[in-house]
Design a protein around this ligand. Sequence first.
Ligand code: ATP
Length: 367
Amino acid sequence: KKKIAVMTSGGDSPGMNAVVRAVVRYAIHRGCDAFAIYEGYEGLVQGGDMIRQMQWGDVRGWLAEGGTLIGTARCMAFRERAGRLRAAKNLIAAGIDSLIVCGGDGSLTGADLFRSEWPSLVQELEDTQAITKETADLYRHLTIVGLVGSIDNDMSSTDVTIGAFSSLHRICESVDSISSTAISHSRAFVVEVMGRHCGWLAVLAALATGADFVFIPEKPAEVGKWQDEMCNALQTFRRLGKRKSIIIVAEGAIDSELKPISAEDIKNLLVDRLHLDTRVTTLGHVQRGGVPCAYDRMLATLQGVDAVDAALASTPETPSPMIAINGNKINRKPLMEAVKLTHQVAEAIEAKKFAHAMELRDPEFAD
Ligand code: ATP
C-alpha cells in the first residue's frame, strides 16, 4: 500500500485546505494511506504527532476553509542537511515515500533538493544504523510532487496559482467598499495591493474595479510624465461626472529611475495638484485571508487529484513534476524548470530588465 503525505508550506493561500482534502480523499480512493504533515517543513523535521494519518472524515468541511488547517511555517532547520536528515528519518519511520508539497517557489525548491539528496540521506541513516538495510532498501527513492499555492500568481509555467483568484476577489470587494465612501465624499483613494515582483493582482484588480490608474513593478512609470498623465486622466474623468478616483498601486511599483513609488507619494500629488480629498488604504493581509472563491476550490481539487495520480506514476528516472494549469487544462511540468524560470523572472525584474522578464514569462506576449 502506497503511503502519500501532503503538506502546506510558505505563505498561506486560500485553497490550501481544498488541496489537502482532495489529496487525502483521492489517495484513499486509489487504495493508498494518506498522511498530513503539520506545520510545513517544521513538522517534517520534528516528526512525532506532526505526521498524522488522515481518514476521509478528517477533512470534512475543509473545501471552503481559508488559510491552512494543517499549519505552515518558515523552517530554518530544513535549509540545513542535518534538518533534512531528521526529516528523512521521520518520513521513513511513518512509512512514507511520496510527498505532495503545496507552497511557493521556496517550498518547492526545498522539496526538490530533498528528493535529489534522498538516496544519500537514506545511505547515511543506514550507515549510522538509524535504520536497517532492509528498511533502507524499501526507501531508496522519494517521490515529490509540487502544487503551487500563492496569491501573487508569480510562478512560471502555470497560468494560475491556487489562491490568486480568491485574493483578487477580496481586493475587488475591498475596493467596492471603499468606493461607497469615495463616491459619497467625492474622494480619491490610493489602494496598495500585494505584489513585489508581479503586478498580476494590481492589473486585474484595476480592470475588475474600473480603477482610474494603476502602478506595477513590470512597467515603471515614466519620470516627469506619469504625474501629468495621471492627473490629466483623473481630471478628465471628474469632468465627465465621476465622483470617485481609485488608484491601484502594487507594493513593488517603481518609476523609470527605478525609485519606488509609494501610495503616499501618489496621495501627496493628488492633494497638492488636484486638491482632491485623498486617502491611502493598504490592504495588507486581508488579501490573503478568508474563504477560497469557487475557482480556487475547483483548481485545488483538480490539481490535488492530479498530484496523487502523478505520485503514483512517478519513477526514480522522471523529474519531480509540478501540477500546472495551461489554457484551462491541468498539466504536469518539470518542477525545477518552473522554479528556475520563476527565479529568472524575479531576477530580471530586480535588475530592471523588464522586456527580458516579459519574454521569459511569455515569449508570445513579450511585446
Ligand atoms: P511564499 O511565496 O509565500 O514566500 P515560499 O514557499 O516561497 O512561499 P519560503 O519561505 O521561501 O516560502 O519557503 C518555505 C520554507 O521552505 C522555508 O522556510 C524552508 O523551510 C523551505 N525552503 C525554502 N527554500 C529552501 C531551500 N533552498 N532549501 C531547503 N529548504 C528550503
